[in-house]
Unconditional design. Structure first.
Length: 118
């Protein structure tokens, strides 16, 4: 089991920005694909973005395209999700996950709350 810890969530006004971090311990995160997911109250978990381990290619959900950016800092063993132009609809618990590909995740963090409200 890989250990992942998310941080960086909080309360932000519409139009604001946040950067979420997904830090790994006990293993090298750049050997894994890492995805970000959100779960809003009363809904299922949805994929937001993913960065592959093979070539660093990235994927985004249509709802966040052009507003969110996923990236790696291998020196810090961390993956980030930079979120800009936040909307109330982005309010959710955000989770990161690691796995062998962007279609297969085996380890999950505990989540960090993002609330977009004026």
């Amino acid at each position: 089991q890989l250990h992942l810890v998310e941080s960086g969530g909080g309360l932000v006004q519409p139009g604001g920005s946040l950067r979420l971090s997904c830090a790994a311990s006990g293993f090298t995160l750049d050997a894994y694909a890492v995805g970000w997911f959100l779960q809003a109250p009363g809904t299922g978990r949805e994929a937001v973005s993913c960065i592959s381990s093979y070539d660093g290619s990235t994927e985004y959900a249509d709802s966040v395209w052009g507003r969110f950016t996923i990236s790696r800092d291998n020196a810090k063993n961390t993956v980030y999700l930079q979120m800009s132009s936040l909307e109330p609809e982005d309010t959710a618990v955000y989770y990161c996950a690691a796995g062998s590909s962007c279609f297969h995740f085996t380890s999950w963090g505990q989540g960090t709350q993002v609330t977009v409200s004026s």
